[in-house]
Design a binder for this molecule. Sequence first.
Ligand code: AP5
Ligand code: ZN
Length: 217
Amino acid sequence: MRIVLVGPPGAGKGTQAAFLAKNLSIPHISTGDLFRANISQGTELGKQAKAYMDAGNLVPDEVTIGMAKDRMAQPDAENGFLLDGFPRNVSQAQALDVALKADDVKLDAVLDLEVPEDEVVKRIAGRRICRKDSSHVFHVTYSKPKTEGVCDVCGGELYQREDDSEDTVRKRLEVYHTQTEPIIDYYRTQGLVVTISALGKVDEVTKRAMDALKGDK
Ligand code: AP5
Ligand code: ZN
């Protein structure tokens, strides 16, 4: 399957993507994680992305689209993928359509996670990420690690993302409403959007998402 996951910052895209990708046997491709990996490795791409991310703005399309396409061209993504955080504006969605068409393949669904703004703010404020692998995500109250400050999966140190400060979160939410939400209408005209509530326990949301993807709403 080829799926796009969309939703505001803190909706739980990364959390759900980890389970959905496993259940569906497809790779989880997160442009946010790819940028963070580049930043921690000190690459040129990471240097270009960092200032935009720290300010809560989108990284320019020229950088983002090429990086996403390179990742989708890897052998493990040949038969499907779960995109998390890409596309994030209409021009990225159009570029993705062109790339898929060139490979003669199509998206199967766009899964839209709905969460009220006060809840995303709580989720982001308590989020802690693993320094060794940013796909290992915890929360100080909702999803506590067994030992405070230590990743349950790999023992890495947990930290708070630099773009999770209150001001930057407000900016990211504004960018989501103005630039990312329009892709939901773009995909609605293609009949691809499935909207679910992302409230409730993590496993309840995963079940809701799996049922929705199977057309079993
Ligand atoms: P990115 O990393 O994609 O961040 P985001 O979209 O803002 O989303 P988040 O990672 O903040 O949240 P999430 O929905 O994954 O939530 P999570 O699962 O962690 O992008 C960061 C930046 O990179 C952007 O601002 C931009 O600069 C740049 N960028 C990335 N892609 C780009 C693109 N395509 N174009 C241009 N720029 C791009 O969950 C949040 C917390 O809630 C966690 O602590 C978790 O434990 C907890 N939680 C999750 N589910 C539940 C639940 N059901 N109940 C209770 N708690 C929960
Ligand atoms: Zn870890």
